[in-house]
Structure formats: C-alpha cells, structure tokens
Design a protein around this ligand. Structure first.
Ligand code: GLN
Length: 283
C-alpha cells in the first residue's frame, strides 16, 4: 500500500511539480493553496506537518495545483488578495489589485489629509474590485465615497468587498455619475485601463488569458481612458486628480498639460521601480 499523503509529502510533491512547470514561487504557492484547501493559517501547516490529508482534501488540492499550472493567477484560485492590509475578494471579473495601486491609495490618503474642510467627496472611476474606494473610505469614514465601473459584474464584486469591510460606498454603473458634476472640490481617483491594445497579447498568460480585457485595454496608445478621465476632471468642479498611469505615459500626459495650457499643478510620482506611475493634478 502507498504511504499516506501527509502535509509534508504533498508540499514536497507540489513544490517540485510547480517548479517543473516553471510556475513562480513554487513553495509559497504550494503552501497558500494548501492552506486554502485545509482552511488553516500558514503557521499551522508546519505545526501539523505530519497530518494526513483526506481524499477530498487531496482531490481539491490537486485541482488547485492544476489550475495554477494552467497559469490561472494564484489570487483567483484563492479568491482573495491583500491590499494594504485589507482582504479583498477577487474573481476573473475584476483586475487583481497591484502594489502600484497601493501607492496610488497612499498618495491619495496623503493628499486628503492636507484638506481641511470636512465635506470630502471622492470618486474612484473604474473601481474593479473596489480596492481603492474601500481603502479610502476605511481611512476617511466621514467622507462621501463613490465608486463607478462600466462593468456590472465588476461592480457586484466591489459591492461584496465594501460590505465585507462594513463601509458604505455609493456605487454607479457607468463612467461618471452626473450628480457629481457640480460637486465643488471633488477628488477623482482612478486606476484606469492603460495598456496599449496590441501589447496585451504579449503579456504573461496569467494576465492576458485570465484578467478582464476591459480592465487592461487603454486603446491603441493606451491613453484612451486616461484622456476621458482628464476631460471629466476639467469639465467638472473637481479639484484633485490622482491617477495611475503606464510607466511610459508620464511624458505624453505632461506635454498635453503644457501645450493645452491646462490649469493647475501637475506632478508625476514614481513607483517602487523608479518608473513614472501616478499623475497628480490639483487645480
Ligand atoms: N480600481 C481597480 C484597481 O485598482 C481596477 C482597475 C482597473 O480595472 N483598471 O485594481
């Protein structure tokens, strides 16, 4: 009879299997997927390393490993990810939040802290999982936070996330709710789709085959949605704009700002890799 499959044995097997299939971080991936199957914290894997897995647990784990080998992102398999300390539910209907977006939220929080008046109204355009909106609302519970998305399925995910964080956010299915047009000193935050259409097919399979195109595709030069958001910013009474951009889009955005003599002050903030990542305009 075969020796029983213990946590130790299955982890050794999956580690090797993932590695053979060139999957990133095989050890951590194996551990996180097993924790998800067994519904235990990571530390308990090692406290209970000789625990024998049931047949159902084994079968579920193998399914997870196969999905990962097929390049499904780990976050979709786990159904969740961490975003600046918030547990965010994710599904293939929404983009998986990235560390660069954590930076955008940090910048937004810093900006909001400088504002002295009490009636903060903020909109997160293209909210996806809702990660930006719920982080901002958690930090500023007194603020009125809106979250829009043209994708209804994405908005459903964002609603679940707002509920699970016990924050109240106004959701809008579309681009920009007309009732915010005349709000004074509105703050617009966004991580829009900013990848050039033809580049998407060259990205890693985790992204190109699994994440929603709508959340990635910024049109021919990747700037379509960015220009739309800029238009909204200038057509409304919005005061601050904080927007994530592609690493190679900073120059184009600042030159449009100069040539069109747009009002306000523009700054481009770099990310952890020292690449242009956030554009900030205050008028
Ligand atoms: N706002 C979401 C995020 O930052 C989704 C962005 C998007 O779909 N482009 O992750």
């Amino acid at each position: 009879m075969n020796e029983a499959w213990t946590i130790r044995k299955i982890l050794a097997w999956s580690n090797e299997y993932l590695q053979k299939n060139s999957i990133d971080s095989p050890k951590v991936t194996s551990q996180l997927l097993l924790c998800s199957v067994l519904k235990i914290p990571r530390l308990n894997l090692f406290l209970d390393i000789d625990r024998i897995l049931s047949n159902t647990e084994l079968a579920s784990y193998k399914q997870y490993i196969i999905r990962r080998v097929n390049h499904e992102p780990l976050e979709y398999i786990l159904g969740e990810t961490d975003f600046i300390g918030h547990k965010v539910f994710v599904s293939p209907k929404v983009l998986i939040p990235r560390p660069e977006t954590e930076l955008l939220v940090q910048e937004t929080i810093n900006e909001l802290k400088k504002i002295t008046h009490k009636d903060l109204v903020i909109i997160d355009i293209g909210t996806g999982s809702g990660c930006i909106a719920l982080s901002v609302k958690s930090e500023f519970p007194g603020a009125q936070v809106w979250a829009s998305d043209i994708s209804l399925p994405a908005l459903e995910v964002a609603k679940v996330n707002a509920q699970s964080h016990n924050v109240s956010v106004n959701f809008y299915n579309g681009f920009f709710p007309s009732e915010l047009k005349s709000v004074k000193d509105l703050i617009i935050v966004s991580n829009p789709p900013y990848i050039q259409s033809e580049v998407i097919g060259t990205l890693m399979p985790e992204v190109k085959d699994h994440e929603p195109k709508l959340a990635l595709d910024g049109g021919k030069d990747g700037l379509d949605i960015i220009w739309q958001i800029l238009d909204i910013f200038y057509q409304t009474q919005a005061k601050h704009l904080l927007m994530e951009i592609g690493y190679d889009q900073g120059l184009e955005i600042s030159s449009k700002f100069k040539t069109e003599k747009l009002v306000g002050e523009l700054s481009i903030i770099k990310d952890y890799n020292n690449l242009d990542r956030i554009v900030k305009i205050s008028k």
